[in-house]
Design a protein around this ligand. Structure first.
Ligand SMILES: [Zn+2]
Ligand SMILES: [Zn+2]
Length: 306
């Protein structure tokens, strides 16, 4: 249902829906403009365009790339493979570091992220899936489900009982904007307005859309080697370009088939930078008990027509 409004005048404006596909899903234009998340999202996009107007610097380009890679690894190894799937174990202090670095990607708190991601695996590409491109379209799966709707703002607590026991994660969830704000401030102090634009704004925009492609494009384009867990209708795909862009998350068919695995690139050519990072952390003794499927388990799920 559309959200209640405060005045009769507003109710007429609210008739102007963002989409007519499903009135239950979308916020109105008025509500969108009042949403802090939407204003922040649009604002960072507009600021990112300033890369064309500030003096060019290779130093800023390098730092923007580093900002992208560190935060992408925090999302893939931290938010996704550790918090959402518990595909390896680590200490409580490194768990908190992963959560803080993940927060700096400005994709909300880790508890919100992990709860909806677990929901996605449970219902992938069925009607209950919150970001299937087959039930809402590309734009909805890419960013509409969290940006244009108020139905997915709350944490699905029943899906993350193992994470909700950590007080520091509960605290961080309430202050999830802090790491991103600190990164923005440090970028500005380091490089002035140009540094802020390159290291925070431009890097964050690319990071957002690269991450979102896993929900949208990775369920549309690429090849499939395996049956997915939970639902045979799941259309997750393996995509080399998206795997490189997301440092390993593009092997999404592999992931939906072995979601507890810390390793998503299962063939020799399936480059998985995130797994190499996890392996390196394992060699350094920072993480342990990496979960990886055996050859027999892999072969047992391989699609027969291959
Ligand atoms: Zn998926
Ligand atoms: Zn997953």
């Amino acid at each position: 249902m559309a959200r209640a409004v405060s005045s009769h005048e507003e109710s007429s404006v609210i008739q102007e829906k963002v989409s007519t596909e499903n009135d239950d899903k979308y916020l109105t234009v008025t509500e969108l403009l009042r949403s802090k998340s939407v204003v922040f999202f649009l604002g960072v996009h507009l600021l990112a365009l300033c890369v064309f107007f500030v003096p060019f610097s290779w130093r800023f380009v390098f730092l923007a790339l580093a900002s992208y890679c560190v935060r992408m690894l925090a999302i893939t190894a931290g938010y996704h493979r550790y918090f959402s799937h518990r595909s390896f174990r680590t200490s409580r202090w490194f768990q908190f570091i992963l959560a803080c670095l993940g927060c700096s990607a400005c994709q909300k708190g880790v508890l919100w992220w992990a709860s909806w991601h677990r929901h996605h695996h449970r219902y992938a590409d069925t009607e209950q899936d919150v970001h299937s491109p087959y039930y809402g379209g590309f734009l909805w799966s890419h960013m509409g489900w969290f940006l244009f709707s108020n139905k997915h703002t709350t944490i699905q607590w029943h899906l993350i009982p193992d994470l909700a026991v950590y007080k520091e994660l509960l605290w961080l969830e309430e202050h999830h904007y802090l790491p991103g704000a600190i990164l923005a401030l440090v970028s500005y102090l380091f490089g002035g307005f140009g540094g802020f634009i390159w290291i925070f704004c431009a890097s964050t925009v690319v990071l957002w859309h690269a991450t979102f492609t896993v929900n949208s494009l990775c369920h549309m384009f690429g090849y499939q080697n395996f049956l997915c867990e939970y639902h045979e209708s799941c259309n997750a795909r393996n995509n080399m370009i998206l795997a490189i862009l997301t440092l390993g998350e593009g092997w999404h068919n592999n992931h939906h088939s072995f979601m507890g695995s810390s390793k998503q690139g299962l063939e020799w050519w399936e480059i998985d930078f995130c797994y190499y990072f996890i392996r390196m952390m394992s060699i350094l003794g920072v993480v342990e008990s990496l979960r990886v499927p055996s050859v027999d388990q892999i072969e047992a799920r391989r699609l027969q027509h291959l």
